[in-house]
Structures are given as structure tokens and as C-alpha cells.
Design a protein around this ligand. Structure first.
Ligand code: IFM
Length: 457
């Protein structure tokens, strides 16, 4: 480089007006995936062989005594839902294959259900929509839960067999798989808070065997998917979808709040993907949990990092301590409850940009945004939420983070777990009395981004 060229470069780098010359539009990579996301139990209906179906029968399990029932009726509306995706320019769809439908009893495969999902995959492929397939999205077959779930010694093999079947019989060309959705949400809800199946309230230290079983099952499914792909000389990318939150000190300069935020971030956000990177599960929250264990076959079992991002948490150390002891003050707002209540989630798009950059620094892996969205029946908040979060993704990409896809949660309104049908996450509204779908204005906005493959900053 000549001195003259270097001088010009330095001039532009330092010149405060150089920003004005920056393009106002960020273009996404040409093979970027614009995706919508759902999960079987939340949309299909009649998931009768699952632990959630059983759980919902208990009075008080779900807000207002609701049940998933027909959900959004998607099981019988596959073509209609694919047409909705097509109408908004989506070129990828994240959905789950319900294990309890395909294997309603241990070792018994339901051929009609296999065919159902095969058809769904074929229809997606014919529509030019790439499947991103989740194998476990909070829901297990009832028989699996009764055997002991992730703690059952047969869990890794059973889950790997299911993974193998999905790749070989249902989606032999699918390139992207998510083994487990939101492992930390799943485990904390089911085994610490105890408000979802299997409804256990254990001391935090005693979640260790479940986490270990889950990690072993993930590793076994990863290996099975890779083997299947190798047999058919195809490629497959496998990872997990992690619910990552931005943890920040509530009192910015308070060192105890800062430390608490850091401890929670390490345990909640990173312990799981770190384990997939290193093969070692390490989790430490003083006086609550201390795990440090090596897991065979786990190291290097993520080809990309899947991120579900919704919000940030402002951490007040006192409130966290009280919540952990189960004695929150009314003024605290229960920190853990809040994590499970989408109605209270703050829109904080800068958090997504920060998390993307941080995740890339940590793992140097491609990133898939596997969920992002907001509960909003009016759609007024959603339009702003969608625009500002896609802008945050664009900024991250512009600064060099290899984000490959953006999945909006959700394609359509659906059964939001313990909150029932109250929350509305859909780009398409569902009228639950008719199961008719209607586009919200955000659907048009999504379409603009997807078809132009760009956004104004
Ligand atoms: O609906 C859920 C989804 O199942 C997992 N991630 C968060 C979403 C909104 O709460």
C-alpha cells in the first residue's frame, strides 16, 4: 500500500462525516433464509400421546383451565400454512416433528404419522421452503417420560433412533436439524420451577442428572444424524436452539448486580453451548449449583449456534436472591416468573446485536436465529419489534457476524404453553372459533424484508 492510499484510508476512518457516506440500506447475504417458526404441540392439535396432553388434564395446569385441544389446527392445514409462508416470501420453515406421534409407544412406529411428515417435507421442498427440523420442542412421548425421561439410561439411544428415523424416512434431504429446543427453559421449568412436565421442584443442584442425560441424548442424536447423512452422501448441519437473554445490572454501577448478572448469564446462556463446544458441562451459581463434568462424545457436537432471542433482564441482586429462595417481595417482580411470562418481556433490539456478536466471539460458528418475536394481539408493537430486530441482525451481519437465517416466532398464533391461547405471537392471526387465518400488517412487513433481502438501517 502506498503512503498516499494509507493516508486516504486514515482520512475516511477518522472523518466524522464519513458516516454520511455509509449506505442507508443493508443487504443480507444472497442465500440468507427468511424463516417462520412453530412447534408441533403448539399448532397441530390432538397430540394425544404426549406428556403435555396428560399434564393439561390437571385442573389449573394451564391458565383459565385451557387445553391445547385442536391448537391452531395445523395438522389438517399443512398446505394452507405452507401457502401462508409462500405469500410472505419465506424461504425456510422451522417446525418440529412430534416424537410422540411418530412413536406413540416405545419401539412402535406409526407409519401414517411418518407419511404425514414426509408429505409435509415434500410440500415444503416443492414450494422452495427449506425445512429446519426440531426433534424435541419441550414435549416428550408419555412413555418416554414414564421411563424417567432424560434421566433414563435408555434415553440417548431412544432419542438417537428417533433422529435417525426422521432423517432417513421423513426428511432425507433436510440440511438443518435442531436436536433440542431451549434446553435451559425446558429443564428449569420441568425440574426446578416444576410448573410444566414432569412437574418436579428440585433443588438446583439436583437438576445435574437431567442436564447430563439431555446432553448425552443430544450427542447421540448428533452422531445418528451425521451417520445417516454419510450413508446417503448428503450433508447435515446440527445444533440446538438456545434461549439467550441479555442480562444487565439493574443498578449499572453496582458491582453485586454486575456479578449476579454475569453469573446468571454464564449459567443460563452459555453453560449448555459451552458444553457442546468443550465436552464439559460447567455450571456454577454460588450456594445453588456447582457442576463440572466431562461427557463422552459431546465435544464439538454443534455445527452452528441456534439463538432464540426475545428480551433482556435487568438484574437486581437482592431480587434474584429472594426469588431463588422462593420469597420474592411484591416490589421485586419475581425474576424467575418473569422469565416465563412473555407478556412482560421488554423489546430490546440492541440486545440481539450484542448477543450475536458475543456468541460469534465465543464460538466462531455460523449463527441461525431460530426464534424472535413478540406477544401482541394488536400488531402495533410487533411491527416496530420486527423492524428493529431485523435491523439489529443486519448491523451484526454488517460487522462480520455470519448470521445465516432469521426465523420469526411465529408463523401464526398458537398454544403458548401454561399461558394457553392468550398470548398472540403470529404474523397471522388465528380465529380459534373457526381456525381461519388472517394476515396481520407485520406479515406484509416481513414480506418486504424477505423479498428485498435488505433493510434500511
Ligand atoms: O412459544 C415459545 C416457544 O415454544 C419457545 N420459545 C419462546 C416462545 C414464546 O414464549
Amino acid at each position: 500500500m502506498t503512503i498516499e492510499v494509507a493516508r486516504i484510508l486514515v482520512f475516511f476512518a477518522l472523518n466524522p462525516f464519513a458516516h454520511a457516506a455509509k449506505p442507508k440500506t443493508i443487504v443480507f447475504p444472497k442465500d440468507f433464509k427468511w424463516c417462520t417458526a412453530t412447534a408441533g404441540h403448539q399448532i397441530e392439535g390432538n397430540n394425544v400421546h404426549s406428556d403435555w396432553w396428560e399434564f393439561e388434564k390437571q385442573p389449573g395446569a394451564i391458565s383459565g383451565g385451557q387445553k391445547s385441544g385442536l391448537a391452531a389446527g395445523s395438522y389438517t392445514r399443512v398446505s394452507e400454512d405452507i401457502a401462508l409462508m409462500k405469500s410472505i416470501g419465506a424461504n425456510s420453515y422451522r417446525f418440529s416433528v412430534e416424537w410422540s406421534r411418530v412413536e406413540p409407544k416405545e419401539g412402535v412406529i406409526d407409519a401414517a404419522e411418518v407419511k404425514h411428515y414426509q408429505d409435509q417435507v415434500l410440500q415444503l421442498e416443492a414450494a422452495g421452503i427449506e425445512p429446519l427440523i426440531t426433534l424435541h420442542h419441550f414435549v416428550s412421548p408419555l412413555w418416554f417420560r414414564n421411563k424417567g425421561g432424560w434421566e433414563w439410561e435408555g434415553a440417548p439411544k431412544a432419542f438417537a433412533d428417533f433422529a435417525r428415523l426422521v432423517r432417513s424416512k421423513i426428511a432425507p434431504k433436510a440440511r438443518f436439524f435442531i436436536t433440542i429446543n431451549e434446553p435451559m427453559v425446558h429443564i428449569m421449568g420441568g425440574y426446578f420451577l416444576g410448573n410444566v412436565p414432569p412437574q418436579e421442584k428440585r433443588p438446583m443442584q439436583d437438576i445435574a442428572p437431567v442436564l447430563i442425560g439431555l446432553l448425552k441424548s443430544h450427542a447421540a442424536a448428533y452422531a445418528a444424524l451425521k451417520e445417516e447423512a454419510k450413508k446417503s452422501k448428503t450433508e447435515v448441519q446440527v445444533g440446538t436452539a438456545n434461549h439467550l437473554r441479555l442480562f444487565q445490572a439493574k443498578r449499572k454501577l453496582n458491582p453485586v448486580d454486575q456479578l449476579t448478572a454475569q453469573i446468571l448469564e454464564d449459567a443460563w446462556n452459555w453453560a449448555f453451548p459451552n458444553a457442546l463446544k468443550t465436552g464439559r458441562l460447567k455450571m456454577k451459581i454460588p450456594q445453588m449449583v456447582s457442576i463440572d463434568v466431562e461427557i463422552q462424545g459431546l465435544r464439538g457436537t454443534q455445527d452452528y449456534l441456534g439463538i432464540n432471542y426475545y428480551t433482556r433482564d435487568r438484574i437486581h441482586s437482592g431480587a434474584v436472591m429472594r426469588a431463588a429462595k422462593g420469597k420474592p417481595k411484591p416490589s421485586d417482580g419475581d425474576f424467575l416468573e418473569r422469565m416465563y411470562s412473555p407478556a412482560n418481556w421488554e423489546s430490546y433490539p440492541d440486545g440481539l446485536e450484542k448477543i450475536l456478536k458475543q456468541a460469534y466471539r465465543k464460538y466462531s460458528l455460523p449463527i441461525l436465529i431460530t426464534e424472535n418475536g413478540v406477544d401482541d394481539a394488536t400488531d402495533l408493537k410487533r411491527q416496530d419489534y420486527l423492524r428493529t430486530h431485523v435491523q439489529a441482525v443486519a448491523r451484526a451481519i454488517d460487522s462480520g457476524v455470519p448470521v445465516q437465517s432469521y426465523c420469526h416466532w411465529s408463523l401464526l398464533d398458537n398454544f403458548e404453553w401454561i399461558h394457553g391461547f392468550g398470548p398472540r405471537f403470529g404474523l397471522f392471526e388465528v380465529d380459534y372459533s373457526t381456525l381461519n387465518r388472517r394476515a396481520r400488517p407485520s406479515a406484509e412487513l416481513f414480506k418486504n424484508f424477505a423479498t428485498q433481502n435488505s433493510i434500511r438501517r
